[in-house]
Ligand binder design. Structure first.
Ligand code: HEC
Length: 140
């Protein structure tokens, strides 16, 4: 009698854990990383890539594919209709509060010159375009 009850408890607990693991929301970064297509970059974008790797890739990842510290920028959320170039200048200068994800706040990257941010934007836009992320009007 008692052992049967224990069995039921174990089965219910296992089912609950399984359900939780299966439906737990997962960050999209690891899936995206493998899928990102790398285009042939323009000269400006190549310079942007260097500045990006130095200042942004620790969080936004190689090829802007995301890491455990920050979101992928090659992502539909960051299409130019939703995050125009202004959002990049602002984020680099002042950082940004956590609002789309659960990685925490982005600290200011004030060490990056405006010209370098311009090159970084060119790099991100070329990556985005190669991955089918294009201007979509923002409705929300
Ligand atoms: C220490 C980690 C970190 C570094 C370094 C970092 N970022 Fe971020 N960034 C984040 C996080 C986290 C977010 C997401 C905030 C959210 O929406 O929840 C973010 C968001 C952004 C956004 C979206 C801003 C918005 O308006 O939603 C842009 C653009 C951006 N980063 C660009 C950059 C660029 C360009 C660099 C390098 C110059 C950079 N980031 C360096 C962590 C970082």
């Amino acid at each position: 009698m008692k052992s049967n009850k224990n069995k039921i408890i174990i089965i219910v607990a296992a089912a609950a854990i399984g359900y939780f693991l299966f439906f737990m929301p997962s960050k999209p970064t690891s899936i995206q990383k493998a899928d990102i297509k790398i285009p042939k970059l323009s000269l400006t974008a190549k310079k942007g890539k260097l500045a990006f790797n130095k200042n942004c890739a620790s969080c936004h990842g190689e090829n802007a594919a995301g890491t455990d510290n920050g979101p992928p920028l090659v992502h539909n959320i960051y299409n130019p209709g939703h995050h125009a170039d202004m959002a990049f200048y602002r984020a680099a200068k002042m950082g940004t509060k956590q609002h789309h994800w659960t990685f925490g706040d982005m600290p200011s990257q004030n060490q990056v010159s405006k010209n370098d941010v311009t090159r970084i934007i060119k790099y991100i836009r070329e990556l985005q375009e190669a991955n089918g992320i294009v201007f979509k009007e923002h409705r929300m």
